[in-house]
Ligand binder design. Structure first.
Ligand SMILES: Cc1cc2nc3c(=O)[nH]c(=O)nc-3n(C[C@H](O)[C@H](O)[C@H](O)COP(=O)(O)OP(=O)(O)OC[C@H]3O[C@@H](n4cnc5c(N)ncnc54)[C@H](O)[C@@H]3O)c2cc1C
Length: 367
């Protein structure tokens, strides 16, 4: 099997690694540098706190692989609700997660405050705490996946933008090559890439923002406020905060964060803790969305697979989905092939669907 992967983000690199480990001859093409898309801009949250059993199975598989790669740093993930309807949803999620075997507990605001004294728990109705959650360093993820893929024989060509002239024919600025299989994991660009050969994807793009504060002196969990709709994670001795998602044209967007996002995020830290940090750096990146919130990961034409539509969860899922895709390309079983095919089949849509990128319910848990 001679396979090409388009896109050097976490998903493309994971797929290339898994294909190489399963014995395929792999060439990965990245138009820019590795991690230059969403993967290098991600917050790095990585958790198993999913109420849905398929999402939980993907998360368990991915977290195991990140642990094996030495990339997973344990960090509890807490999430809170401040009004009755959000609180009811959080309580239901916790019960469902527990029935899926996820190590998560419901905490009263007082118990949360005892555990994390720097948190201001006033106004919080209920909290969930996922004990086996963690964080990733996106740059380390990209570098390690690339190093391992190369060690397993994959060829990685950066600064090499490609287009498709048939499902299995890749055109670079210097040559045209035909493969047995092509996996397009090009983030938002996957849509125009496969549109050139007549495949229409139900995919929208939204812009998410993040910032890192100056150092703070506090022990905090990763945290999502479901009512105020923002998150943070501890990053070294600082906090990384995120929210501010809105639909954009992937060809025309601003990679710098908005001043208004920075002000709002710092205000939220002050409202939710005893901290008043300043902003050290801020940025924006692109995420992809589908009509039902599940990714598009599978075959779309003879010899052509796509992997996109991660709804802000692509980094944490990458090693599990890369292995699933590699197995699918090679027509072999994977730990997820029992759970996933129908859920993620890209042909469940015909590409003409009208939908709003940010209507997806799963998006509520991370931008
Ligand atoms: C601010 C922010 C915070 C986030 N936080 C989290 C988080 O905490 N946890 C989480 O799991 N996810 C998070 N995400 C989402 C996550 O970053 C993405 O889901 C994930 O990185 C997608 O990986 P990917 O490999 O599919 O795409 P990308 O990383 O975007 O990679 C696609 C690559 O394809 C390349 N490419 C495009 N077109 C071509 C072409 N024609 N030829 C060759 N190469 C091409 C691009 O240059 C790019 O490098 C966040 C995203 C943002 C923006």
């Amino acid at each position: 099997m001679n396979a090409a992967v388009v896109g050097g983000g976490a998903v493309g690199l994971s797929t290339a690694l898994a294909l190489a480990r399963r014995g395929a001859s792999v060439t990965l093409f990245e138009r820019d540098t590795l991690g230059s898309g969403a993967s290098g801009r991600a917050a790095g949250l990585c958790y198993d706190a999913f109420a849905d059993d398929v999402d939980a199975a993907v998360a368990a598989d991915a977290l195991g692989r990140y642990r094996d790669l030495g990339l997973f740093e344990p960090q509890p993930y807490g999430w809170v609700a401040r009004d009755e309807s959000d609180a009811t949803a959080v309580r239901e999620q916790i019960a469902q997660m527990q029935s899926n075997g996820v190590a998560v507990e419901a905490l009263t605001p007082a118990a949360l405050g005892d555990r994390y004294p720097a948190l201001d728990t006033s106004g919080i109705e209920v909290a969930g705490l996922a004990r086996d959650a963690g964080v990733l360093d996106p740059d380390e993820v990209v570098a390690t996946l690339a190093e391992q893929a190369r060690a397993d024989g994959a060829t990685i060509e950066t600064e090499t933008p490609v287009s498709l002239t048939s499902p299995t024919t890749v055109e670079t600025p210097s040559e045209t090559r035909t493969f047995d299989a092509v996996v397009a994991a090009a983030g938002p660009e996957t849509k125009p890439l496969v549109a050139d050969i007549g495949v229409s994807l139900a995919l929208k793009t939204y812009r998410a923002q993040a910032l890192v504060t100056e150092p703070v002196d506090a022990t905090l969990p990763s945290f999502y406020d479901a009512t105020r709709e923002f998150y943070w994670r501890p990053k070294a001795d600082a906090l990384l905060l995120g929210d501010g998602a809105h639909e954009v044209d992937p060809m025309d967007w601003n990679p710098d964060a908005d001043a208004e996002f920075v002000t709002r995020s710092l205000d939220r830290v002050e409202q939710t803790s005893a901290l008043t940090p300043a902003c050290d750096r801020a940025w924006a990146g692109l995420c992809t969305a589908t009509p039902d919130g599940a990714p598009l990961a599978g075959q779309v034409a003879d010899g052509l697979w796509v992997a996109t539509g991660w709804q802000g969860h692509g980094l944490m899922r990458a090693p599990a989905m890369g292995d699933y895709l590699a197995a699918d390309v090679l027509n072999r079983p994977s730990p997820l092939s029992e759970h996933l095919p129908d859920r993620v089949d890209p042909t469940r849509f015909d590409g003409s669907e009208e939908f709003a990128a940010l209507d997806d319910p799963t998006r509520d848990w991370v931008e």
